[in-house]
Design a protein. Structure first.
Length: 545
């Protein structure tokens, strides 16, 4: 019996070889591994990772402890990589192995972060257990283009009379808070966060270079005021590496952008403060051997702050328009930025202050002399400005506070002139008296934000001259009693202002009648106090011989 042989064609042999080669490629796993050349001041020099990307996350394995530390590739040079270590760099040493991750820096995001205190990488610092976030977002991202933005027109109420009346902040705006150390910059930001309780704004507070005790006190206060429910606190303390202080504002901004892009909500992001972030970046840049420029800052320090603050925006409400953007899922959200800058001896012309002033849409300048004189918030109305202006104000506020800035600026000039004048005419004396009373009206204690209807009513009282016959020393008591009286006897007036946002002629007439009625009661009360004091004085006076 003849034997049969199977003959394979050339095409079948080729297919079999290609199939085996492809299977071999899948089974073969090649990995590029680098080596640490040196580590100093939070910066690692790495050799052997030729395919690393800029801003890629690298994993460095400590040969001593076996732990993995994350680093961020910043300098891509010909023969090595300069990477900043996002953790404890003291665990690393020369010769440790480094692996690529293929991912740029990202942080966990989502509603799970609300009410928590985290570090810039999203790791909890409040001792309340792990945070289970199902989503992550890249830290470095482009700001939304002009096509996806809308003009800033909706007010973000701070609850502070002086700011809401003269330098209003709109949702989607970038308003700088600037001033010397300990002049109340953080107090304004915290009051603004507290004023959002019960509203629709998510707040992110980024503390850069602050003491851990300061952050703990701030969180405790927010919890007392019921404001942590809608807030996230991102803390890169003074004891943390400069790398974490540098990336903290970008990470906090990303956590806020989740709510703007994915849920269409309004957000507020406070950067406290960008002066310390700039100093941390200068430290990193000098260790990375980047060429220093003015005041030893690197040349791209302006770009660092601009690419952060440009991410503040008011997103369009047009659902069709946002379809062209790969990340915006719901329309109508906004991100409002409140960066804080610390000046030295009031020098707003220094390098970092002028940089950030040119990027933002206005500034609230806090003056040390006013602060020490008891005017708080210590806002200098001559330098402070909001470039959005009245378009971010309620119509009622715009109506009652229209001339307030000009009147206060004139009062400050007259006050300086009156110190050297022997005699003043009656008109000047009246202007000085009213200005003195308006300064008293605009004073406000910390952690005491006011509803907008109360602000409108009390500013109307001052600008219309209803306080001209009230002693300056009695104005704070007058204001407190007036709010209590309006809430108890005429709640419909405040409700009408709050709901409509306007001060109609009918509501104005009711307000004037209520003011007159209250003034009579307050005057009678003060006269009774004076007569009672006089009687007591007469009874306790010594009897003569």
């Amino acid at each position: 019996m003849a034997s049969t042989r199977t003959r394979l064609t050339a095409s079948e042999i080729k297919k079999a070889l290609v199939r085996e080669i492809e299977r071999y490629d899948k089974e073969l796993h090649a990995e590029e591994i680098g080596e640490v050349l040196e580590v100093s001041d939070g910066v690692a020099r790495i050799w052997g990772l030729g395919s690393a990307m800029a801003s890629e996350m690298l994993e460095i394995e400590s040969s001593e402890t076996g732990e993995t530390v994350v680093a961020l590739a910043l300098n891509l040079e010909e023969d090595n990589i300069g990477a900043v270590v996002l953790g404890d760099y003291l665990k690393l040493k020369e010769g440790d192995s480094v692996r690529l991750t293929g991912q740029v820096l990202s942080v966990p995001v989502g509603p799970e972060l609300l009410g928590r205190v985290v570090n810039p990488l999203g790791e909890p610092l409040d001792g309340k257990g792990p945070i289970d976030c199902s989503q992550r977002m890249r830290v470095e991202r482009k700001a939304p283009g002009i096509v996806y933005r809308r003009p800033v027109k909706e007010p973000l109420q701070t609850g502070l009379k002086a700011i809401d009346a003269m330098t209003p902040i709109g949702r989607g705006q970038r308003e700088l808070i600037i001033g010397d150390r300990r002049t109340g910059k953080t107090a304004i930001a915290v009051d603004t966060i507290i004023n959002q309780r019960g509203g629709d704004v998510v707040c992110v507070y980024v503390g850069v270079g602050q003491k851990a005790s300061t952050i703990a006190h701030l969180v405790d206060r927010l919890e007392q005021e019921g404001a942590m429910e809608h807030s996230i606190v991102v803390a890169a303390n003074a004891s943390d590496p400069a790398t974490l202080q540098y990336i903290a504002p970008y990470c906090g901004c990303t956590m806020a952008e989740y709510f703007m892009y994915k849920e269409g909500r309004h957000t507020l992001c406070v950067y406290d403060d960008l002066s310390k972030q700039a100093q941390a970046y200068r430290q990193l840049s000098l260790v990375l051997r980047r060429p220093p420029g003015r005041e030893a800052y690197p040349g791209d320090i302006f770009y660092n702050h601009s690419r952060l603050l440009e991410r503040a925006a008011k997103i369009t409400e047009d659902a069709e328009m946002i379809k062209g953007h790969p990340e915006i899922e719901k329309p109508g959200g906004s991100l409002t930025a409140l960066p804080i800058i610390e000046t030295q001896a009031g020098d707003v012309a220094a390098y970092i202050p002028t940089n950030v002033i040119s990027i933002t849409d206005g500034q609230i300048y806090l003056e040390a002399d006013l602060f020490y004189a008891g005017v708080r918030p210590a806002m200098n109305v001559g330098i402070s400005v909001s470039r959005v202006g009245g378009s971010a104000q309620l119509k009622a506020m715009r109506r009652v506070a229209g001339r307030l800035r000009l009147d206060l600026a004139q009062y400050r000039e007259l006050e300086a002139f009156a110190q050297f004048a022997a005699e003043l005419d009656a008109a000047t004396q009246r202007q000085l008296a009213r200005g003195e009373r308006m300064v008293e009206v605009l004073k406000q204690g910390q952690y005491e934000p006011l509803p907008v209807e109360n602000q409108v009513m009390v500013i109307y009282v001052g600008t219309q001259g209803h306080l001209d016959d009230v002693e300056v020393s009695d104005i704070r008591e007058w204001e407190s009693d007036f709010f209590s009286y309006m809430k108890a006897s005429h709640p419909e007036i405040g409700a009408a202002i709050r709901e409509s946002g306007e001060l109609s002629q009918e509501v104005e007439a009711q307000l004037v009648a209520a003011i007159k009625e209250f003034k009579e009661r307050f005057g009678a009360h003060k006269r009774q106090q004076v007569s009672g004091t006089a009687e007591v004085s007469a009874e306790t006076a010594p009897v003569g011989d």
